[in-house]
Design a protein around this ligand. Structure first.
Ligand SMILES: Cc1cc2nc3c(=O)[nH]c(=O)nc-3n(C[C@H](O)[C@H](O)[C@H](O)COP(=O)(O)OP(=O)(O)OC[C@H]3O[C@@H](n4cnc5c(N)ncnc54)[C@H](O)[C@@H]3O)c2cc1C
Length: 338
């Protein structure tokens, strides 16, 4: 069978698996996604359904990581331009810094348009404030959009949970390339068992209010306010609880997130807002950073792309393009070394 005729098997159908699938299909590869959870599912272990999700240029990044995030921004912005119902919205972001940022902290000025520094801050409590355009993604709308895109390009979804990576090799005996985009799965899947993977519980409050502004505080408190303009709600966060996996709502976190959001942006979040829902979900944490590498396993390749923790949307298409390049390198080696 010719190289390009073989199916590439992707384990995982969250934002990472789906953006990889779409990118590979656009390049002409055949793709099958195998996953326990698929777009449309609501399970706390399916992180992608619950993200905020604001594109935000993180601090302290290498040039390569900045570029991965930049690629994602370009792709989300393009979806926004092409289809206003896809679940991507353009918003204005206000960011407040507890300490004066370095030039490097503000690297995103090259990505986000209409950047400006703020002269008057909400409370005057911050060392620096700025404003810029960005995108938010509403996962319950965007994931089904991606599923449609993938299926219309010929990709197939197969619902299945695996316990051992060997199950995939046995079921797809003709395939040579497997992509591991299983989120926190590698902590539990035999044949991978990654000791650096860990579940990182998040809990957010959804409130009923309308705004086109996202607000973030960078520094002492991890606080964000993310609008979902298509749904008339705003997401308040956040909290990181490494190694916690319970699904029950912690009321003290609800109160604390509302208090912090109100302090940050009192004109968007009142002291006692109308709560529209609570989100509880498990982020795919990984000590150090996410894993993005190609591994040779016998005559097969396993390309790892998992562990994006709280930044999976921001990195998604960048990771997908990198995985695609790795697979094209394999194609080149296979088709030219006769
Ligand atoms: C509350 C919250 C807010 C967030 N906000 C943001 C934000 O504003 N911006 C941002 O960029 N990111 C945000 N994130 C992070 C983002 O959601 C994650 O980084 C991202 O969703 C991870 O995607 P993933 O595809 O790797 O994992 P997942 O979405 O968890 O998908 C994993 C896939 O692998 C499959 N799988 C796993 N194990 C197995 C198995 N054994 N057999 C078969 N299938 C398996 C699952 O079924 C699923 O399909 C947030 C997360 C949370 C929880």
């Amino acid at each position: 069978m010719a190289f390009h005729d073989k199916d590439i098997i992707i384990l995982g159908a969250g934002i990472i698996g789906c953006t990889i699938a779409r990118t590979l299909l656009e390049k002409g590869f055949n793709v099958k996604l195998v996953a326990k959870h698929l777009p449309g599912d609501e399970d706390i272990w399916y992180a992608s359904n619950w993200a905020g999700a604001l594109w935000h240029g993180a601090r302290d990044l290498s040039a390569n990581y900045k570029y991965l995030q930049t690629v994602s921004y370009r792709r989300f912005m393009n979806d926004y331009k092409m289809d206003k119902t896809c679940g991507v919205c353009k918003v204005r972001v206000q960011e407040y810094f507890d300490e004066y940022p370095s030039d490097d902290d503000l690297w995103f000025r090259a990505v986000n348009s209409n950047y400006e520094e703020l002269e008057s801050h909400y409370s005057g409590n911050y060392a620096f404030g700025c404003e810029f355009d960005s995108v938010v993604i509403e996962p319950p709308r965007y994931l089904p959009f991606l599923k449609n895109q993938i299926e219309s390009l010929g990709g197939q979804f197969i619902r299945k949970e695996i316990k051992d990576i060997q199950e995939l090799y046995d079921e797809f005996g003709d395939s040579m390339i497997f992509v591991n985009a299983s989120g926190v799965g590698p902590k539990y899947i035999k044949g991978i068992f990654d000791p650096d993977s860990y579940p990182n519980r998040g809990q957010n409050v959804l409130i009923k209010t309308r705004t086109d502004y996202a607000v973030r505080r960078a520094g002492k408190e991890y606080t964000y306010i993310i609008p979902r303009p298509m749904s008339g709600v705003v997401v308040l966060g956040g909290v990181n609880q490494p190694d916690q996996t319970h699904s029950e709502v912690d009321e003290s976190i609800v109160k604390d997130e509302i208090r912090r959001a109100h302090e940050l942006a009192p004109d968007i979040v009142s002291e006692d807002p109308e709560i529209a829902g609570i989100i509880v979900a498990i982020r795919p944490g990984r000590k150090g950073t996410f894993r993005l590498e190609k591994q040779k396993v016998g005559h097969r390749y396993l390309v790892h792309a998992y562990g994006t923790n709280g930044k999976g949307y921001a990195y998604s298409y960048g990771i997908a393009h990198d995985v695609c390049s790795k697979i094209e390198e394999i194609e080149r080696d296979c088709c030219t070394s006769v």
